[in-house]
Each structure stands twice: as C-alpha cells, then as structure tokens.
Design a protein around this ligand. Structure first.
Ligand code: UP5
Ligand code: MG
Length: 190
C-alpha cells in the first residue's frame, strides 16, 4: 500500500522506561525503522561535526539539544530510508521540539506510545545498564527525570488531548509489555 506521507509513531517515556527495548521488538515484528533521537545524537556527538561538543554537554547535563539539530538528523534518516514506517524514540521532548517538528517536517504522528514507569524503577534500570553512557550516573539521571516531568510530559498531555496517546504500563517482563504494545501495531500492519 502506498502512502504519500510516512507512518510515524512517537515513542515517549522517561529515562529507562524501556523505549529503546520495546522499539527493537516492534521494529522486528512489524517492519518499522527504529529511529532513536538519543542514538542519532550520540552518533553525531562522536562524529567530526561542528555540534559535537555542544551535544555532549547537553547530554551530560540531561538538557534538550536545540530542536533544529535533532530534527535535521531525524529528517535525514527518514529521507534516506526506503521504509515508510518509523518509530521515533525519545522525541519530541518538549513542546518546542514538537512545534519545530510540525513546522519543519510537516507531519503529525499517527500514534503516540507512552511508557509509564515509576521513577524508582527507571532510576534502577538506568543505573544498572552499564553501557558507558555519559548520562547514566545518579547526578545526570536526577536531571533527566526533572526534564522529563517539566518538559516531556506536556508533549504527552498535548497528544492525549488529541486522542493519540496509548499509555502502556512499563513494569513487567519485556514480553509482558510487548503483548500490550502488539495490538496497537497489528492494526496498522499489512
Ligand atoms: N529494561 C528495559 N525494559 C525492561 C523491563 N521491562 N524490565 C527490566 N528492565 C528493562 O531500557 C533501559 C534499561 O532497562 C536497559 O538496560 C534495558 O535492558 C532495561 P531502554 O529500553 O534503554 O530504555 P529507554 O527508555 O530507551 O531509556 P534511555 O535511557 O535511552 O532514555 P532517555 O530518554 O533518557 O535517553 P535518550 O537516549 O532518549 O536521550 C538521552 C539524552 O539525549 C537526553 O537526556 C537529552 O540530553 C538528549 N536528547 C535530546 O536532547 N533530544 C532528543 O530528541 C533526544 C535526546
Ligand atoms: Mg533509549
């Protein structure tokens, strides 16, 4: 089936809520291309680009990188893909991010997934991840949680009012959570 615009799902949730993990399972099962905004920024951070130092400083402080930079990376990834179905993981993180995406890319998400997870659980997962991320330390995690509450949640509330949010309880085994996610995508596949 041909669409004129891509199918876009925003996948939101606090740090360590399981966005990346579930996106990999959705991508495998339903043929989506998984675009993690954080992964795109970490890749850009270690490239020779002019914004590397600024991106590193933002991530280290749990701050949101300027919208134009993140959107350019997401847009490039969408445009260079043959696919038309995308999971955009960890973006938009603020109303400003959201409005800039609407303005620059000019598309609305078809659906928004929100992984709801208690703060203690998110904290525990992030601090036991051990993959060398410069933001997986107690000081930065506290800042990430703060930013999540003040800037990310308004985006979830905005899409809730538009009836686009599917809230998923993110506590449980990977498979238990995926069984709650599956029906949302089954409806859109094929
Ligand atoms: N895990 C996963 N599911 C589990 C389960 N059900 N039970 C037990 N453990 C589970 O999971 C985290 C850890 O928990 C893993 O070890 C996993 O095995 C385990 P993961 O799937 O990685 O969770 P995720 O929600 O993806 O956590 P992440 O830490 O990636 O979330 P963040 O939103 O904090 O990180 P992100 O990479 O999106 O952003 C990092 C920074 O980049 C931001 O703070 C910001 O500075 C910057 N950024 C921007 O500026 N703009 C953007 O648009 C995006 C990022
Ligand atoms: Mg992630």
């Amino acid at each position: 089936s041909k669409r004129t615009s891509p199918f876009i799902a925003f996948v939101l949730g606090g740090p360590g809520s399981g966005k990346g993990t579930q996106c990999m399972m959705i991508a495998d099962t339903f043929g989506f291309t998984h675009l993690s905004a954080g992964d795109l920024l970490r890749k850009e951070m270690v490239s020779d680009g002019e914004n590397g130092v600024m991106i590193r400083n933002s991530i280290k402080e749990g701050k949101i990188v300027p919208s134009e930079i993140t959107i350019r990376l997401i847009q490039k990834a969408i445009e260079s893909s043959e696919n038309y179905k995308f999971l955009i993981d960890g973006f938009p993180r603020s109303d400003e991010n959201r409005i800039a995406f609407e303005r620059i890319v000019g598309v609305e998400p078809d659906l928004v997934l929100f992984f709801e997870c208690p703060e203690e659980e998110m904290m525990k997962r992030v601090l036991s991840r051990n993959q060398g991320r410069i933001d997986d330390n107690i000081e930065t995690v506290k800042k990430r949680l703060q930013v999540f509450h003040t800037l990310n949640l308004p985006v979830v509330n905005y899409y809730s009012r538009k009836g686009k949010v599917h809230k998923i309880n993110a506590v449980g085994t990977l498979d238990e959570i995926f069984e709650k996610v599956r029906p949302l995508f089954a409806a859109f596949s094929k």
